[in-house]
Each structure stands twice: as structure tokens, then as C-alpha cells.
Design a protein around this ligand. Sequence first.
Ligand code: 1CP
Length: 323
Amino acid sequence: MRQAGRYLPEYRAVRANYSFLELCRTPDAACEVTLQPVEILGVDAAILFSDILLICDSMGCPLVLDDGGPQFPTPVRTRADVDALIVPDPEEKLGYVMEAVRKIKRSLDGKVPLIGFSGAPWTLAAYMIEGKTSRSFEKAKALLLSDEKLAEALLSKITDSIILYLNAQLAAGAQALQIFDSWAGALSPEDYAKLGAPWIERVIAGLKRDPVNPQPVIVFGVETGELLAPLSRTGADVVGVDWRVPLSVARTRVGPKVALQGNLDPTSLFLPHDILAARVQHVLREAKAAGGGHIFNLGHGITPAAPVEAARALVEFVHRGLT
Ligand code: 1CP
């Protein structure tokens, strides 16, 4: 699950001293908020505190993040805009992320693994074209589906940037990687076959993983019920499932080779604890029926109003296992 964030008073206390982007760019503070969920909730892995959109900024599409959510005031709309983007050297432009990874690794001292991450090419392209979040992604789809050459140029540049960035995270010590294609569900299976899955496949093929103990790669999207099969063929080791598809059904779509991650509805955290516990049991039963490996997770990010006590109880219920 997205782990850090506004639901935690300890996060809000650190965040009071920094803007969100300053927090991401200050390795000591990013390290501190990365460790908070491990200490407060007892989760089994740490997720690097950062944001998928920082790489867009380093490519030359400036990111603004205020209370209105993330925005790109100069969105990518033309071939000239695409050509002006760069494929950044991650140590030069995003060195603070790798510095945070190294600090977190030292602080964790092997207690739990650290998961690094990136956005997927389609989701990052969609943000850069729309300029902000969207429900329909009209501008992104209109641009990428009407001009194949431009789509190829933009998605290639983003893909190359992601490969360098994720390899830098691996070199700094990330022990697993998650690729967030949060807006995958906005595309039809036909369009995802052009704009989504092949680019994730290219990212994964470009990773320099440890040949002896390859760091696992998780791909995740929202409303991906109809995209689970293509996502499972990207080369990922684990496919995230949101709460709209039971894990046993997801298994029939992804085949036997990948593990599943998910998929408790994040709003379950607002239910009384006995109902929350029953829902955890349901996910665990589904995972057992699905077979083939399972990482328990929420089906999407934890929401800002979620009670911390419920998140803590959730971790305990999962650790108790199937009863
Ligand atoms: O003011 C604040 O404190 C900012 C809120 C916030 C936080 C806590 C943003 C802005 N990003 C983050 C951290 C973040 N984002 C993490 C850190 C790790 C953790 O939570 O433990 C991660 C993994 C992300 C990834 C991310 N950012 C995604 C993919 C995951 C998903 O939920 O699908 C997406 C889509 C974003 C964009 C983004 N950044 C921030 C917000 C509020 C958003 C979503 C905006 C939208 O609805 O489009």
C-alpha cells in the first residue's frame, strides 16, 4: 500500500517543516518518513518516500505540487515539446532520491526490504500531456492516438528515463521495484496494447537486476480488470490487483507464472475492526485459492482520513494469517 502520507500525524509533523517537493528532495527527511510506517504499523517492507512525478520535472517538464494536487503548468502538447524533453542522468538530476535510498538502507539495517518505484510510461505521459490529474484523459488520448510518431517519441524518451532511474535505484540498494501504471484503466485493451504494456515490457527488459538474486518487479494499475493478462506478460514477477477483481479470478487472467498483490478495498479501513478482520480473511482465502504467490496489500493507496489504528490492526490481522 502507499504507506506514508497525510493519515499519519508523524508524517504531518515532518511535512509541516517542508513543502512536499522539499520533503522529497531532502534525503534525511525522506528517510524519516519512509521509516515511519515500518515503525508505526509494523509493515513487512518499506516504500521509498518520493513521487512518481519527480522524473517528469527532471526531464524538463516542471512540476508544481500544492493543495490542488500535482500540476505541470507547461504541459507537453506538440512535437517540439517532446523534442525539448531530455533523458536525465538520474544521479545528476535525481541524486537526492538515490541518497535517500542509501540512507534508508543504512537505517533499516536489513530489518525489512526497501521497495523503490517509478511511474509507468503511459501514466507519466498522461500527466505530462494533461498537465494535471484527469478523469477522462481526453488530451493525452487525443495526442497519443492521433500521432503515432509523436507517441513513439514521447513514450521512448520516458521509457529510457525510467530505465536509467530504476537502475540507479537498484544500484543504490533498492531490493524490489514497483512500476505504477495508475491510469492504465483509462485505456481500452486495444489502446493499452499500443500505449501501455509494451513500454512497461521495455522498462523491465532494460533493468540491470542482480543475476543471482534478481530484485522482484511489481506492476500495478487501477481498474485493470481487463488488462491483467497483458500486465502479466510484461516480464513482471508480481501483478497488483485492485479490489474490483477477486484474486481467484485474477489468477485465471494472469496464468500461473506471476505472483499477485492486493487487494483489500482501502475503504475497509473505515469499517469496525471485526468486519475489517473478516475482510482480511476473505482476501487471504482468495489468495490461497488463487495460489502462485501473494503479497497482501490494499487494492490502492491508503486515503488521508484513514484511521491509523485501523491500519495497525490490518497489519496485525494479516500477520495472524488464515484462521
Ligand atoms: O501534500 C502531501 O503531503 C502530498 C501527498 C503525496 C504523498 C504523500 C503525494 C502527491 N505523493 C505522495 C507520496 C507518494 N506518491 C509515494 C510515497 C510512498 C508512500 O506512500 O509510502 C508514492 C509511491 C507515490 C506514487 C504516486 N504519486 C502515484 C502512484 C500510486 C497511486 O496511488 O496510484 C501517483 C498517481 C502519484 C501522483 C500524486 N502525487 C501526489 C498526489 C496527491 C498524487 C495523486 C494525484 C492524482 O489524483 O492524480
